[in-house]
Write a protein that binds this ligand. Sequence first.
Ligand SMILES: *[C@@H]1O[C@H](CO)[C@@H](O)[C@H](O)[C@H]1NC(C)=O
Ligand SMILES: *[C@@H]1O[C@H](CO)[C@@H](O)[C@H](O)[C@H]1NC(C)=O
Ligand SMILES: *[C@@H]1O[C@H](CO)[C@@H](O)[C@H](O)[C@H]1NC(C)=O
Ligand SMILES: *[C@@H]1O[C@H](CO)[C@@H](O)[C@H](O)[C@H]1NC(C)=O
Ligand SMILES: *[C@@H]1O[C@H](CO)[C@@H](O)[C@H](O)[C@H]1NC(C)=O
Ligand SMILES: *[C@@H]1O[C@H](CO)[C@@H](O)[C@H](O)[C@H]1NC(C)=O
Ligand SMILES: *[C@@H]1O[C@H](CO)[C@@H](O)[C@H](O)[C@H]1NC(C)=O
Ligand SMILES: *[C@@H]1O[C@H](CO)[C@@H](O)[C@H](O)[C@H]1NC(C)=O
Length: 605
Amino acid sequence: MWPNLNVILRFILVASFYCAPTSSSATENSVNRIKENIPSPPTWSRLGRAPPNHLVTLRIALRQSLSNSLLLEQILYNVSNPGSPLYGRHLSKEEAESILKPQEDAITAVDNWLSSSGIRESSIKPGPSRAWLMVTIPIDTAEILLNTTYYTWCHSSSNDTIVRTTTYSLPVEVFHHVDFVQPTTIFARWNGLGSATHLPIAVREFAQTGSSSITSGSGTVTDTGCNATLTLSCIRQLYNITDYTTLGKSGSKIGVTGYLDYYANRADLLLFLQDQRPEALDATYQFISVNGGKDSQNVSQAGGEADLDIQISMGLTYPMPNIFYSTAGSPPSIPSLHTPTDANEPYAEWLDYMLSQSELPATITTSYSDDEDTVPIAYAKHICAGFALLGARGASLIFSSGDGGVGDGDDNPTTQQCKANDGRNASRFIPTFPPSCPYVTAVGGTTQIPEVASYFSGGGFSNYFDRPSYQESSVSSYVDRLQPILYQGLYNPHGRGVPDVSAQSTNFRAFYQGQAARGMGTSVAAPIFASIVALLNDGRLARGLPPLGFLNPVLYTKGLPGLTDITSGNNPGCGTQGFNATYGWDPVTGLGTPNFGKLKQIFSP
Ligand SMILES: *[C@@H]1O[C@H](CO)[C@@H](O)[C@H](O)[C@H]1NC(C)=O
Ligand SMILES: *[C@@H]1O[C@H](CO)[C@@H](O)[C@H](O)[C@H]1NC(C)=O
Ligand SMILES: *[C@@H]1O[C@H](CO)[C@@H](O)[C@H](O)[C@H]1NC(C)=O
Ligand SMILES: *[C@@H]1O[C@H](CO)[C@@H](O)[C@H](O)[C@H]1NC(C)=O
Ligand SMILES: *[C@@H]1O[C@H](CO)[C@@H](O)[C@H](O)[C@H]1NC(C)=O
Ligand SMILES: *[C@@H]1O[C@H](CO)[C@@H](O)[C@H](O)[C@H]1NC(C)=O
Ligand SMILES: *[C@@H]1O[C@H](CO)[C@@H](O)[C@H](O)[C@H]1NC(C)=O
Ligand SMILES: *[C@@H]1O[C@H](CO)[C@@H](O)[C@H](O)[C@H]1NC(C)=O
């Protein structure tokens, strides 16, 4: 799977040759209309023109009518709100697809545009329900189609290169039928939100069992060792999961997403289960490749992120079926090679795959995200609608909230991105996407027992998505209590608040590349919370009840007594102390951490 040395050397030569910025004049357009025009992104430098024969897969999003988007939201809330007569009446694949069907005239206009531009039908692939089209063409063809110029860009801290433009145009005939064409102006960097660092081999850190114990905020009693080293046993004690047994036969499944060539390693999983769940040694997960995602089992290619995620979910949900989705597509791309490696954010590929499946796992966890401002707003809204569709079909989507506090995790003031990406250089906190999408559940991080917020817990307010109705009272009561001058202009007081809930996020004892390791990040928190949801779904499905589906409307209401409020700690970033955890919802720990026993009494009595 590794390119040979020649290719690597060639790439380095090309990259270092290119890494001296060149200039060129911007194009002005009179016949077409400019669809998007963004300032140069601050952390990327523009290199030369993109190779003309580099293949690119353009995603052309057909415009949704506003009434469709409102309908989708209404359906999602109706099936997810326990007060509604439609609660739990999740949609089938076909019903979901029919909601986002674009208008016929949009399909016709775009078809005409592509065929009159000489794009062969074999280069065009429809996405699910034709909400978008995928067109694979060389850069020089794309430049004519969009009347633009593509460049190779180099990322300042990683040297990753991508092929992008900062502006593009569409003919007036299709302008209003298309929401966006990407990749053009998307400069996002999809990141894993956890790290696994090796522990010294000689050290065997176990939670001490025996006489000494700590009483947590929720009243559960936990071994003292759990304050320094978090194990499955600690999580089960702390979150009151100890007296539940799943038979694994209810139909409840949990999906774990993997990206960026982070591979879940089965040998690491076995070491972990031997260490912490010896009765589960026969556990295996189903592997699903999305868009050509690989399954390397070479232990030195095990990914810390993937190992953490799958070990937590398998360990907590055994013997429930687990699925690991390996989705291909990530920078660095090699723009001189003729392969469309440089496409869009890989979660778009994953979403297409999931929407095309007639069966979905009831619970899905993702520990990767982008800085919201690096994702064009039209793109983010399209993707967010896709998540709403999965929710309407009964899947609970759970995301880590990010590891940078209110910022991007970069403490270096010259490279950190705490700025609005609008050319005005105004300081701005950086929320993460997809957690900022109001149709997913975002999980922040806590540490220690009794629990306090982790300093890195990603939290804040979306600049793209308005505060959803289910957050109205809890989030506005937090915002109203903030000093009005403090952080003025740094956050959007009307935005969707992140996170929704939280869970432990430090000192998790995992196994990585054959050795014991310490897992950190909201990457630990999301699979913990998701496993608890999967167990709740197990109890519900076993009783013939529908799965919980989109969780937030119930978490902010009926579910509250099953969450433990976290009231201390804060999440610094962007040169500030960030927000404070406090009574009620806060943009550090959300509503709090789960108490499985109590949640089960509420949702699956
Ligand atoms: C593309 O842009 C150029 C200006 O850069 C303009 O002269 C030309 O008419 C445009 N082409 C189309 C088809 O609109
Ligand atoms: C949602 O529920 C409300 C109240 O029950 C109902 O009036 C409305 O028609 C429903 N909308 C959809 C799209 O099902
Ligand atoms: C990026 O390239 C520069 C200059 O070639 C080099 O000094 C730096 O170490 C590289 N950074 C990474 C992360 O490879
Ligand atoms: C847990 O560890 C933290 C420091 O890591 C310490 O401040 C706290 O007192 C410990 N709690 C207990 C109950 O031992
Ligand atoms: C395993 O991966 C490492 C690191 O990528 C590589 O050096 C090694 O050759 C691989 N081993 C096998 C058997 O493929
Ligand atoms: C924003 O910052 C960049 C780089 O620091 C600078 O080139 C540009 O002029 C600034 N723009 C404004 C409007 O201050
Ligand atoms: C957080 O709490 C500290 C100490 O009470 C206070 O000084 C600060 O203003 C608070 N910050 C916010 C954002 O509320
Ligand atoms: C744990 O869950 C059980 C229900 O399974 C509940 O009765 C008990 O109160 C919970 N314990 C704590 C400390 O919340």
